[in-house]
Design a protein around this ligand. Structure first.
Ligand SMILES: *[C@@H]1O[C@H](CO)[C@@H](O)[C@H](O)[C@H]1NC(C)=O
Ligand SMILES: *[C@@H]1O[C@H](CO)[C@@H](O)[C@H](O)[C@H]1NC(C)=O
Ligand SMILES: *[C@@H]1O[C@H](CO)[C@@H](O)[C@H](O)[C@H]1NC(C)=O
Ligand SMILES: *[C@@H]1O[C@H](CO)[C@@H](O)[C@H](O)[C@H]1NC(C)=O
Ligand SMILES: *[C@@H]1O[C@H](CO)[C@@H](O)[C@H](O)[C@H]1NC(C)=O
Ligand SMILES: *[C@@H]1O[C@H](CO)[C@@H](O)[C@H](O)[C@H]1NC(C)=O
Ligand SMILES: *[C@@H]1O[C@H](CO)[C@@H](O)[C@H](O)[C@H]1NC(C)=O
Length: 331
């Protein structure tokens, strides 16, 4: 559950850059006018009402210089707010900025991660807690929701290589329900790691694109997870890759006294055994008379194998969880 996808940071950035701008975006030179849904001394609520609020502050993530940059307490310098501006469409979508499904760049063009769309400032407004936007091609009714396959069709993820690899097999396609599109890309995690949060058969994607895992009670907003088959854990159910912050804190196995004692005694015992096995081998080699007796040859080989086994076991006990993939695999 806590496998860390360090190298994905690179991948996700490549993806975002590709999706958003096909290149780096510099700070705007001219002023950019952005709609503020309510007046400056008001705050937009989830019910899309403006209420008075004097002490609200901005907490927006802006795509800048190749990554998501948090703007705490302020907005990018060239942004000029137009108060009481709300986009016009039948059903604007309201979304908490903290979901990071709505990611503007410095020029004010926003990426709707969930719908895989770019929208211009005329199609949205922001407020302290929420953004309100009109997705493209939704003249009426619900816009279709996007569920992302991390690597895209005909690719799967290899945990060992920490990258997507080509994999053409129609058994490993992801079926999404009606009104749902399949997109590509990893979730954008700022300040946390990407983790595998289990298999999709342990949860379900709700009509609004939210992933709900009923066993753990975890719900992940659309755009903040992707589904992919993982080469090392291949079966008919895809894995869920999401940001650590959506999961309950991992309870590390507490190294209580019992376990502590166990992990101290095991390597010591193994080391002692290994020493005496080595002594047995040495004793055997010092008795030339016994070299050609079959019984002795068998015993010598047996003891040698046991010695190697104990030494390796002892090493794994001592290094514990600090062992990286390749040495662990070899051992
Ligand atoms: C940009 O906005 C700033 C602050 O609102 C203002 O002082 C400045 O005159 C504006 N510049 C242009 C070119 O509109
Ligand atoms: C806005 O967010 C802040 C911090 O999360 C919260 O305390 C406040 O109640 C929210 N206000 C509204 C109107 O949702
Ligand atoms: C806003 O915060 C300031 C101090 O940070 C406080 O003095 C003031 O009473 C607050 N105003 C409201 C309406 O809560
Ligand atoms: C852009 O990011 C790089 C590192 O990713 C950093 O060294 C550089 O200072 C940043 N530039 C600005 C203008 O923030
Ligand atoms: C696709 O995967 C399934 C299940 O692992 C396997 O039975 C099948 O042979 C594979 N097909 C191809 C063309 O590799
Ligand atoms: C999606 O729908 C579920 C249940 O219908 C709801 O609990 C959740 O808040 C919704 N999520 C968003 C982001 O609207
Ligand atoms: C979770 O949902 C699945 C299918 O919707 C159901 O079979 C399972 O019993 C549920 N588990 C819990 C703990 O509610």
């Amino acid at each position: 559950m806590t496998t860390v996808f360090r190298k994905l940071l690179y991948l996700e950035l490549v993806c975002l850059v590709f999706l958003l701008f096909s290149g780096r975006v510099k700070a705007a030179k001219k002023n950019v006018t952005i709609g503020k849904c309510c007046a400056l001394d008001e705050i937009l609520t989830y019910e899309q009402k403006c209420i008075k609020s004097y002490n609200s502050s901005w907490n927006l993530n802006v795509f800048y210089n190749g990554s998501l940059t948090p703007y705490k307490g302020k907005l990018p310098p060239k942004w000029v707010l137009k108060e009481n501006f709300q986009p016009k469409c039948a059903k604007p979508v309201i979304d908490a900025l903290s979901n990071r499904r709505f990611v503007p760049n410095m020029l004010g063009v926003a990426l709707l991660v969930e719908y895989d769309q770019k929208i211009t400032p005329s199609q949205y407004c922001i407020d302290y807690n929420y953004s309100l936007f009109c997705p493209n091609n939704s003249p009426d009714g619900e816009p279709s929701v996007l569920v992302k396959k991390c690597c895209g069709t005909d690719w799967i993820y290899s945990e060992r290589e920490a990258k997507c690899i080509s994999w053409k097999n129609s058994s490993y396609n992801i079926e999404v329900g009606p009104n749902t599109n399949l997109g590509i890309g990893f979730p954008i995690c700022t300040g946390t790691n990407q983790v595998v949060a289990g298999k999709i058969n342990q949860g379900q994607v709700l009509p609004n694109g939210t992933l709900w895992m009923n066993s753990s009670g975890v719900s992940i907003p659309a755009g903040n997870f992707c589904l992919e088959f993982i080469l090392e854990q291949l079966d008919e159910s895809a894995s869920i890759i999401t940001c650590q912050n959506y999961l309950p804190p991992v309870i590390l196995p507490t190294s209580d006294e019992h376990d502590g004692l166990k992990f101290t005694i095991y390597p010591i015992g193994l080391a002692i055994s290994a020493i005496f096995l080595a002594a047995t081998l040495a004793a055997g080699s010092l008795l030339p008379a016994s070299h050609h007796v079959l019984h002795w040859r068998c015993q010598t080989n047996y003891v040698a194998c046991l010695l190697v086994g104990y030494v390796l076991l002892c090493i794994t006990q001592v290094v514990g969880t600090t062992l990286t993939y390749s040495p662990c695999f070899i051992i």
